[in-house]
Design a protein around this ligand. Structure first.
Ligand SMILES: [Zn+2]
Length: 105
């Protein structure tokens, strides 16, 4: 689905900032596949949304044959088709590492 041509706002209620990133995971049932969107997020809310998305992905129940990959972060670009979105691998690594460094509790 192409991105709409109007500003996309962060999913967090009350945030109101423009969404700069999309958190999505590749899903496939072996026949068709798609990007399953978890959140559209501004920069500030991204760490929290990314963490939540990974938790959701882990607990997602799949039927045999279904594959759901770990969520990735994509940079949103107006008018871009999903498959053309630029993946932010370094950002994913950074947020994952930050998470690991956080004291327990
Ligand atoms: Zn936000």
């Amino acid at each position: 689905m192409p991105m709409p041509h109007y500003p996309i706002i962060c999913y967090r209620q009350g945030c109101g900032q423009l969404a700069l990133y999309k958190i999505a995971a590749r899903w496939s049932d072996g026949i068709t596949g798609e990007l399953k969107t978890y959140a559209l997020s501004c920069e500030a809310c991204l760490p929290e949304f990314f963490r939540q998305s990974r938790e959701k992905q882990k607990t997602c129940r799949l039927t045999p044959g279904e594959v759901l990959e770990a969520p990735n972060i994509f940079r949103l670009a107006t008018g871009q088709h999903d498959r053309n979105l630029e993946r932010q691998a370094q950002l994913e690594e950074k947020l994952t590492a930050d998470e690991g460094n956080r004291p327990a509790g």
